[in-house]
Ligand binder design. Structure first.
Ligand code: PLP
Length: 396
């Protein structure tokens, strides 16, 4: 008999899993190239050549006991130092190695920081729509996820509703910009307002409210859009970064947390996060890839590849009559369902072998997410299907 809590988690994860299985089933019938799978955020761009070079170099140069050995739970000190210096150069911050903890991707980082901060019953606020796993991550520590309804005009955070939802029990707020699933980048004006609201509420309740910035898509921003670095706007901001998308390394499981000295109880948080990393069973982030990313700090994924996909998909679907939020970052297009029940729209698209994810998986019913981190040809070949679905709903 599995744990009661797992029963709920298993039930909630079934939509994406069902889609994955459906994709495999359709591929067997129609051939992989005739199935247009836009369901997963798995980068189609290969990792930059620098990553392979770095791995080869490390293996050739260093003793294997060092490369593959245990280390401090926070990760290699020289790696953390190099990343801290890199961040300081980019953002004018003042981080040191001790402000960083290497993590098992963004998912590992989020779990470490939530375990560090959350007592049962503490409230964690997220803005709808959001990466569905937040619900499970907060649930892991018996926190209560409080959801801010969206501003469906812009999908920037709805700050009026946010202010009303902060209580004496609010321990953390999770933001994700560039955003999965909307592709929206939170503007500097919005970040400033959000920080002012949180500071005011901290004073009102006499509490610390931590802002957790989940940033796997930081590097994926288009048209020169700036992605504000949140520790510069709010004293209690913690950053969770990942190389999964920025260097196309999702399977390697590598990222880091930044816990600045300005945080309330900074030292306790930094040392508790180290312990959390260990007792969650991660122990430390994978050693070889830690050393490799430190050698690739200036390497970049091919953002132009995603941008080309973005333009083709956004322009084509808008032209067909779909209502789409123009993505400024990440690699997702957020599309309004032509019918109130978006799962009906997904089912209609599936008749044309197009797999897209219902917005309800992201607490955004009435919309769907299309992941365009696929081959350009996949989008081109899927367009006639999208056009037929548009015709079916009389969009033009
Ligand atoms: N947060 C968001 C918003 C994501 O979209 C993802 C992955 O898609 C993650 C976290 C997890 O990233 P990682 O693979 O680095 O754990």
């Amino acid at each position: 008999m599995i744990a009661d809590k797992m029963v709920g988690f298993v039930k909630n994860s079934s939509v994406i899993r069902a889609m994955f299985e459906e994709g495999n089933r359709l591929a067997k019938i129609y051939g992989k190239e005739n199935v247009y799978d836009f369901s997963l955020g798995n980068p189609n761009v290969p990792a930059p050549k620098e990553v392979e070079d770095a791995i080869r170099e490390i293996l050739a140069e260093e003793e294997s006991t060092f490369v593959h050995g245990y280390m401090s739970n926070a990760g290699y000190e020289d790696v953390r130092e190099q990343i801290a210096e890199h961040l300081n150069r980019l953002h004018g911050t003042n981080f040191k190695a001790d402000n960083l903890l290497m993590t098992v991707g963004a998912a590992g980082g989020l779990n470490v920081i939530l375990k560090t901060l959350i007592n049962p019953g503490d409230e964690v606020i997220a803005f709808a729509p959001f990466f569905g796993e937040y619900r499970s991550y907060v649930g892991n520590y018996d926190g209560v996820l409080v959801v801010v309804p969206p501003d469906t005009e812009t999908f920037q955070p709805n700050l009026e509703a946010f202010a009303d939802l902060i209580t004496a029990k609010t321990k953390a707020v999770i933001v994700n910009t560039p955003n999965n699933p909307t592709g929206v980048v939170y503007s500097e004006a919005v970040i400033r307002k959000m920080a002012a609201i949180m500071e005011e509420k901290e004073k009102e309740f006499g509490t610390s409210i931590y802002l957790i910035s989940d940033e796997p898509y930081r590097e994926l921003a288009y048209d020169g859009v700036e992605v504000p670095y949140l520790t510069k706007y709010y004293h209690n901001a913690i950053v969770g970064y990942s190389y999964s998308k920025s260097l196309s390394l999702p399977g390697e499981r590598i990222g880091y947390l930044v816990m600045p000295d300005e945080l309330d109880d900074a030292e306790d948080i930094q040392s508790a996060a180290n312990v959390a990393n260990r007792i969650l069973g991660f122990v430390n982030a994978p050693s070889l890839i830690q050393r490799a990313v430190a050698k690739c700090l200036d390497a970049k994924t091919d953002v132009g590849y995603y941008d080309r996909n973005r333009k083709l998909l956004y322009e084509s679907l808008t032209e067909m009559g779909y209502t789409c939020i123009k993505p400024e970052g990440a690699f997702y297009l957020w599309v309004k369902s032509p019918v109130p029940d978006e799962s009906e729209f997904c089912a209609e698209a599936k008749k044309h072998n197009i797999l897209i994810v219902p917005g309800s998986s992201f607490a955004g019913p009435g919309y769907v997410r299309i992941a365009y981190c696929v081959a350009y040809e996949t989008i081109e070949n899927a367009l006639p299907g999208f056009a037929k679905v548009a015709e079916h709903y009389g969009l033009k």
